[in-house]
Design a protein around this ligand. Structure first.
Ligand code: RB5
Length: 147
């Protein structure tokens, strides 16, 4: 699976751990950052979100302090359904029900063990479609109407 990943300074250590762990067998493009020097999370969020929305990557992963800022920023890009998840169940359901194409979480919230489980679950889970397809299509239609 082609995956785009990005983080801010608060997500850098966790990004590195995931690249060496559950992401090592995937085709991953690292959009940075590459150190713990302070940056602005929307810059990485938009870079990853645009690449996913353009179809260059099947999925995206964004890590900041909490995952919240990354999700808010990524969801401004049309075609992106970013979910901030700090537990395995929510991550699974964000795929099954919401067809989330970007997963966000926090380097200040999760340890590497739980983060690895969340990532592995999220990458493996399929969208259920059916009635959920109709619901996601309503979101997409609303997005098309907005400026
Ligand atoms: C620091 O900029 C912090 O706000 C960021 O890492 C993230 O937690 C935002 O949601």
């Amino acid at each position: 699976m082609k995956i785009a990943i990005g983080c801010d300074h608060n997500g850098f250590a966790l990004k590195q751990a995931l690249l060496e762990g559950p992401l090592r067998d995937h085709h991953v493009q690292d959009f940075g950052v590459f150190s713990s020097e302070a940056v602005d999370y929307p810059d990485m969020a938009f870079a990853v979100a645009q690449a996913v929305a353009a179809g260059e990557y099947e999925r995206g992963i964004l890590i900041c302090g909490t995952g919240i800022g990354m999700a808010i920023a990524a969801n401004k890009v049309k075609g992106v359904r970013a979910a901030a998840c700090s537990d395995v169940y929510s991550a699974k359901m964000s795929r099954r029900d919401n067809d989330a194409n970007i997963l966000c979480f926090g380097g200040r919230v999760l340890g590497p063990g739980l983060a690895a489980e969340i990532v592995t679950t999220w990458l493996a889970e399929e969208f259920a479609g059916g009635r959920h397809q109709r619901r996601v299509e309503k979101i997409t239609a609303r997005e098309r109407e907005s400026l």
